[in-house]
Design a protein around this ligand. Structure first.
Ligand SMILES: Cc1cc2nc3c(=O)[nH]c(=O)nc-3n(C[C@H](O)[C@H](O)[C@H](O)COP(=O)(O)OP(=O)(O)OC[C@H]3O[C@@H](n4cnc5c(N)ncnc54)[C@H](O)[C@@H]3O)c2cc1C
Length: 456
C-alpha cells in the first residue's frame, strides 16, 4: 500500500516536473531544441539585456523577451515576483504569503549567475555600465556591462514628510510588510488579554488606523473586516466589540472609481459598526496614535500607511529627465529622455511617458513590459517601432463581506457578482499554475477552517 502511494507520488512529481519545465522554465525563445542550440552555441555573441526589478514591469519583460537573441540579466533585491493585488489578503491570513509570490529563477536563465540578488546603485550611460550593490554582503559593489537596460524599479510609499511615519507605521508594499502587519495584529490581540491592561489600553491596542483611501487602503480595511466578522468573533469573542478600524482620507475614497461606485463603497463602509471613515489629514504619527489636522488625537495600536508614491533613492540620483513627481520621463517608445545612447528604457511606477501620463498600476507596468519585448523584436528585425498605447481594462476593488466593485469601460457594477469577478479575474492573472492551485486551496481552507492566527 505504502509502495503504491510512493509510486503514485513519484509519478505525480515526474509529470509535474515535465509540466513545469514545459510551461514555466521555457520562456519565449527557449524550447528544447533552442536550449540545446544555446548550449552548443554558447560562444554566440548576444546583446546583453539587463532588467532592473522583478515587479510587474521587470517580470513581464523577463517572461516575454525572446531569449534566443539576448543574454537576459536581472538585478533585483527581491528574488520573487509579488502578485500585489492579493497582498492585503495575506495580512490577516486569508491567503498565505508564499501563495502570491513566484521565484524568478522558475522563469529560466541561460546561466545561473544571470540573476543578481542586488540593487542597482548607479548607471554610467556613456560607458553602458551599471553599478550594483549586493543585498547580502553589505558594501560589496560591482559593475555590469549592458547593451540595453530596462529600469523597472517601482516606487516607494509617499510619506509627504509627515513626522513619525517611518518610525511608527507599516507600509503595505512587500510580502515582509504584510507579515509584519499580521504579526502586529496578532500580538496586539494577545497583549490586550494580558492581566492588568486597562480597558482604555485594550481599545487602543485593537484600534487599527489606515491612512489613505485608495484601493490598497480600502482592500486592507475589507480584509480586516472579514477577519473581525469571521475569526475575531470566534476566537476573541470578548474582544470583538473592542476592535475598531478607522480609514483616514483627506479627499474621496477610491477616487479613480466612478462616483456611483464610490458612493456605494462609502455606504458599505459606514454601515459597518466597527469601521469608521475619517475625512482628514494625518499631521503626526506617534507610537500610540495619530494626530489629525484639526488637532484631534486618535489613539491606536497599528497604523498602516498607504498614501501614494514617491521615487526610490536610485531613481532620484539618476541624471536623466524627470517629471515634477520625480519619475523618469520617457518618450512614447519608453526610451529614457536624456539618455543620448538610446539604450535605456523605463517602465512601470518609476516612469512617466512625456505627454501621456498613465496611472501607476500593475496593468500598465505589465503591458509596458510586453510592449517593450515586441518593440525590441521589431527594431531587431529593422521594422518600424510603434508607440506604446494603453488600453484600460478597468479596475476592481474588494470591499469585504463578499462584495466588490467593477469599474470597466463597459461595466459598472457592485456587490456579490463583482466579488465573483474580482476573485476569478485575479485567479487567472496569477503568474503560474502553482499559484493558481495554491490560492483557491487557501481560500477554501479559510472558508472551512478559518484563518490561521499563529504568530511566528
Ligand atoms: C497592496 C497593493 C495592491 C495593489 N493592487 C493593484 C491592483 O489591484 N491592480 C493594479 O493594477 N495595481 C495594483 N497595485 C499597483 C501595482 O502593484 C504597481 O503599480 C506595480 O507593482 C508597479 O510595477 P513596477 O514593476 O513598476 O514596480 P514593482 O512591482 O514595485 O517592482 C519594482 C521592483 O524593483 C525592485 N527594485 C527596487 N529598487 C531596485 C534597485 N535599486 N535595483 C534593482 N531593482 C530594484 C523591487 O525589489 C521590485 O522587484 C497594487 C499595489 C500594492 C502595493
Amino acid at each position: 500500500m505504502t509502495g503504491h502511494l510512493t509510486r503514485r507520488l513519484l509519478f505525480f512529481r515526474y509529470m509535474s516536473s515535465i509540466y513545469t519545465f514545459q510551461t514555466q522554465n521555457l520562456p519565449r525563445g527557449f524550447n528544447s531544441s533552442s536550449n540545446k542550440q544555446a548550449s552548443i552555441n554558447s560562444t554566440v555573441q548576444r546583446e546583453k539585456l539587463v532588467i532592473l526589478g522583478t515587479g510587474w514591469g521587470g517580470y513581464s519583460v523577463l517572461r516575454n523577451v525572446n531569449k534566443k537573441h539576448y543574454d537576459v540579466i536581472v538585478v533585483s533585491p527581491r528574488n520573487h515576483f509579488l502578485f500585489t493585488p492579493l497582498l492585503a489578503s495575506t495580512t490577516v491570513g486569508t491567503l498565505e504569503f508564499r501563495s502570491i509570490i513566484e521565484p524568478v529563477r522558475n522563469t529560466g536563465f541561460r546561466k545561473t549567475d544571470h540573476f543578481h540578488l542586488s540593487e542597482a546603485i548607479g548607471i554610467d550611460a556613456k560607458e553602458k555600465t551599471l553599478e550594483c550593490q549586493s543585498v547580502l554582503t553589505l558594501g560589496k559593489a560591482y559593475k555590469i556591462k549592458y547593451d540595453k537596460l530596462i529600469v523597472a524599479v517601482g516606487a516607494l510609499s509617499n510619506t509627504f514628510g509627515v513626522p513619525g511615519v517611518y518610525e511608527h507605521t507599516s507600509f503595505l508594499k512587500e510580502i515582509a510588510d504584510a507579515r509584519n502587519i499580521r504579526n502586529r495584529i496578532l500580538s496586539n490581540f494577545e497583549l490586550a488579554l494580558h492581566p492588568g491592561i486597562s480597558l482604555e489600553e485594550r481599545k487602543r491596542l485593537l484600534h487599527i488606523v489606515i491612512v489613505g483611501g485608495g484601493p490598497t487602503g480600502v482592500e486592507f480595511g475589507a480584509e480586516l473586516y472579514d477577519f473581525l466578522r469571521e475569526d475575531v468573533s470566534r476566537l476573541y469573542s470578548e474582544e470583538k466589540d473592542l476592535m475598531a478600524v478607522s480609514l483616514i482620507e483627506a479627499n474621496k475614497i477610491l477616487s479613480s472609481f466612478s462616483e456611483g461606485l464610490q458612493a456605494y463603497a462609502v455606504k458599505k463602509i459606514q454601515s459597518r459598526k466597527q469601521m469608521k471613515l475619517v475625512q482628514s489629514h494625518v499631521t503626526e504619527v506617534h507610537e500610540d496614535g495619530v494626530k489629525l489636522s484639526d488637532g484631534t488625537f486618535l489613539p491606536c495600536g497599528i497604523v498602516v500607511w498607504s498614501t501614494g508614491l514617491a521615487p526610490r533613492p536610485f531613481v532620484k540620483m539618476l541624471d536623466f529627465d524627470k517629471n515634477p513627481s520625480g519619475q523618469l520621463l520617457t518618450d512614447d517608445k519608453l526610451r529614457v529622455l536624456g539618455d543620448e545612447t538610446n539604450s535605456i528604457y523605463a517602465l512601470g511606477d518609476c516612469a512617466d511617458i512625456q505627454g501621456n501620463s498613465l496611472p501607476c498600476t500593475a496593468q500598465v507596468a505589465e503591458r509596458q513590459g510586453k510592449y517593450l519585448c515586441e518593440s525590441l523584436e521589431c527594431s531587431r528585425k529593422g521594422e518600424n517601432v510603434k508607440p506604446f498605447v494603453f488600453k484600460n481594462m478597468g479596475m476592481l476593488a474588494y470591499l469585504g463581506s463578499y462584495k466588490a466593485l467593477t469599474d470597466t469601460p463597459g461595466v459598472k457594477a457592485q456587490g456579490f457578482h463583482s466579488w465573483l469577478l474580482w476573485r476569478s479575474a485575479y485567479l487567472t492573472r496569477l503568474g503560474s499554475w502553482r499559484l493558481r492551485m495554491q490560492v483557491p486551496i487557501d481560500w477554501t481552507k479559510t472558508l472551512l477552517f478559518g484563518r490561521d492566527t499563529s504568530r511566528f
